[in-house]
Ligand binder design. Structure first.
Ligand SMILES: Cc1ncc(COP(=O)(O)O)c(C=O)c1O
Length: 401
């Protein structure tokens, strides 16, 4: 017990703000309506509304069980076979000048990168898209950076404000860190075309900016290689390039925390020095990553048959999301003929910025038990043939006013 004259340092700790998305899930769980739908959280479900256990993961797990090994520590930078496989998947080949370290999900990759950048580019600001995944701001602020934003989404067209984006990036001081969603932008679903990526690369490299690509949905837009377009374009044209990968969604391994950080450097020698620093950051935070998820992913990526099974399974998830987008748009249009939700079809990945207002989102929740977040972002990957008509009905009713 502390003496009365020395109050506990915990006595005046303020309550930290609640995570907006987890708050939505809590409200959803407490709701007794059997028709309730959670479109708030970023998780892919199959048509039965379940998080899938991929066939390729099942195979890799049973293969590993047959030769169950003791659970020693992994190296600080993770399983070597995993790091190599991730590098090939993202960059198309292993590169002498690229270092890849296993990380605790995509979030972990971002955090290792942010901590390292803070140690080498203290004066730099970080620039994220407006809007962006909410955790980008908090994560880079927690690493000590001032976080600003560049224009990205145009609410009027439901598309990209490319002129604004270019203008914003073109005005940044050299050394600024620019966070870019490599595909399937979260939360809008609005991506750059290949020509637009080339124009952004031109600005980033000519102005001496530091790109940090966030690749959390490889395979969910067009395909595994197509979705690595920006990663490969940047890595072949310049250094440094930072890139975080996540396999939470593409392997449906959310809780296993499998991700990575890759850094494209100027040479093999520079890569070795960078790696030594990344290892220090890992060592002083959590020492080394967990084994299970990394081994599953390494096993799948290292076996051509399992890899092509995975490719097909990711393709299945991608196609299901696209089909749900189409059913949703058609169904809303049938109910409200003048409505124009067609933009939802060209958005990519798990999310759609639906254009629903805060008030419409509230009505969805209160009148229909359909939960989503105030910005109107909906997770289209949580729609199923069983709930999509109900959701379309509800949206039609709230947009009619
Ligand atoms: C853009 C973006 N980056 C990173 C992540 C983090 O992924 P992980 O769950 O692997 O940490 C997410 C997850 O929602 C995301 O949407």
């Amino acid at each position: 017990m502390n003496a009365p004259h020395s109050p506990s340092p915990l006595a005046s700790v303020p309550m930290a703000p609640a995570d907006p998305i987890l708050g939505v899930t809590e409200a959803y769980v407490a709701d007794q309506n059997p028709r309730k739908v959670n479109l708030g959280v970023g998780v892919y479900t199959d048509d039965q509304g379940k998080i899938p256990l991929l066939e390729c993961v099942r195979h890799a797990e049973s293969e590993r069980l047959k030769s169950a090994a003791p659970r020693g520590y992994l190296p600080i930078d993770g399983l070597a076979a995993y790091d190599r496989a991730v590098q090939e998947l993202v960059f198309g080949a292993q590169k002498q000048n690229v270092v890849t370290v296993q990380a605790l999900g995509g979030t972990g990759g971002l955090k290792i990168g942010a901590d390292f950048l803070r140690s080498i580019a203290k004066e730099s600001g970080v620039w994220i898209s407006e809007p962006s995944w909410e955790n980008h701001r908090q994560l880079f602020e927690a690493a000590g950076f001032k976080v600003n934003s560049y224009p990205y989404y145009d609410a009027k067209t439901h598309g990209l404000d490319f002129a604004g984006m270019k203008q914003g990036l073109d005005a940044l001081p050299a050394g600024s860190i620019v966070v870019l969603h490599a595909c399937c932008h979260n939360p809008t679903g609005v991506d750059l075309t290949q020509e637009q990526w080339q124009a952004v690369l031109e600005i980033v490299s000519s102005r001496g900016l530091i790109p940090f690509l966030d690749l959390a949905y490889q395979g969910f837009a067009e395909g595994l290689d197509a979705d690595a377009y920006a990663a490969r374009l940047f890595s072949e044209a310049m250094s440094p390039v930072f890139l975080s990968s996540s396999f939470s969604k593409s392997f449906s391994l959310y809780g296993e925390r499998v991700g990575a950080l890759s850094v494209v450097t100027g040479s093999a020698e520079e890569a070795a020095r960078v790696l030594s620093n990344l290892k220090r950051i890992v060592r002083t935070n959590y020492s080394n990553p967990p084994t299970h998820g990394g081994q599953i992913v390494a096993t799948v990526l290292g076996n051509p048959q399992l890899k092509s099974l995975w490719d097909r399974e990711v393709g299945g998830m991608r196609d299901r999301i696209k089909a749900m987008r189409k059913t949703l748009v058609d169904s809303i249009h049938k109910r409200v003929p003048g409505s124009d939700f067609k933009f939802v079809l060209s958005q990519r990945g798990m999310f759609s910025y639906s254009g629903l207002t805060r008030d419409q989102v509230r009505r969805l929740r209160e009148e229909y038990s359909i939960y989503t977040i105030d910005t109107g972002r909906i997770c289209v990957a949580a729609l199923t043939t069983k709930n999509v008509e109900y959701v379309a009905d509800a949206i039609a009713s709230v947009i009619r006013g």
